[in-house]
Design a protein around this ligand. Structure first.
Ligand SMILES: [Mn+2]
Length: 305
């Protein structure tokens, strides 16, 4: 059983692993959960081998209670999952790879193909051309007669399934991308998703954000997984730090993005309050219990003062 991230890199990682191991059952966790809920754990039980691809799950070790575990990942982590048969993440040795597909390619000595390229472009966007694999991407593009834009379009199509919150589609996309780039680019279902996502992003951005000490605050209510896109457009569009809250009903989500300043201390503040949080230098994303985001906004505003 392969458990993979719901984004383009995770989808391509699962497709690569099937090249190695043949057709496998595979699933993605409940979209938005960066941990294993009871329901997902139950779906994994009954399998004696589980491969986790492109996810750094804090409770991955629970899989060892019932299955042999292998992990192929590239997210920043210092903790080796000691019960795993194999935990391959170059970040454990201080080397950050741009995608899980590159980790799997190296581990299994696979050729650099569209799956590896799409994984990198999925996680890095245009920045893919500034990674150590830039030369191999260029070579792939020349050989296949493709443009870099095709890779960006395919990634946007693959990512649309999780954005519209369709978990079964994420799983279907593994087979689609294994067929080739054309299969993805020509997929009507995914094209309709992209339009649907765009309409919802525009609906959310049509509300005028509040401005508090020069920081933008936007509240929205959507079941789509678009908070990172909405926040990025707001922050970059208005050249200001933006906080976006999504009250989903089952959970609150918060996303903060600065244009340039280091806001990574917000991640520790969120974690110290018991929220699930992650991010980078300019980004913080957090998942909170329903109704909690409103309280946390005051804390974040104070910390950004
Ligand atoms: Mn990834």
């Amino acid at each position: 059983m392969i458990l993979h991230h719901w984004d383009a890199d995770g989808i391509c990682s699962a497709a690569l692993l099937m090249r190695v191991h043949g057709e496998q059952e595979h699933m993605t966790p409940t979209i938005g959960n960066y941990f294993l809920c009871e329901e997902d754990l139950n779906a994994l039980r009954g399998h004696d081998e589980v491969i986790i691809a492109d996810m750094n799950l804090p409770d991955a070790h629970r899989v060892c209670e019932f299955a042999r575990l292998r992990i192929y990942d590239h997210h920043l982590t210092r903790e080796r999952v000691s019960c795993a048969l194999e935990h391959i993440n170059p970040a454990l040795e201080g080397h950050l790879y741009p995608s899980a597909t590159t980790v799997i390619m190296k581990r299994h000595s696979l050729p650099f193909d569209h799956l590896v390229a799409l994984g990198i472009v999925g996680d890095k966007g245009k920045g893919a051309l500034e990674t150590e694999f830039s030369g191999e991407i260029q070579k792939y593009l020349e050989k296949s007669g493709r443009a870099f834009e095709d890779l960006l379009t395919a990634v946007n199509l693959l990512d649309s399934s999780y954005k519209v919150d369709r978990r079964d589609e994420v799983v279907e996309n593994v087979h689609l991308v294994a067929e080739g780039l054309d299969a993805v680019l020509g997929c009507e279902r995914l094209r309709r998703n992209v339009e649907e996502v765009e309409r919802e992003i525009e609906r959310c951005l049509a509300v005028e954000p509040e401005a508090v000490d020069g920081i933008l605050l936007l509240r929205m209510r959507t079941r789509y997984h678009i908070i990172s896109t909405v926040t990025r457009r707001l922050a970059w569009g208005r050249r200001a730090t933006a906080i976006v809250i999504n009250e989903r009903g089952d959970r609150d989500e918060m996303y903060v993005r600065s244009v340039d300043r280091d806001i990574s201390h917000l991640i520790d503040i969120a974690k110290s309050r018991g929220y699930f949080a992650g991010g980078k230098r300019e980004v913080m994303g957090a998942i909170l219990p329903p109704g909690e985001a409103q309280k946390f906004v005051a804390v974040v505003l104070e910390a950004l003062r």
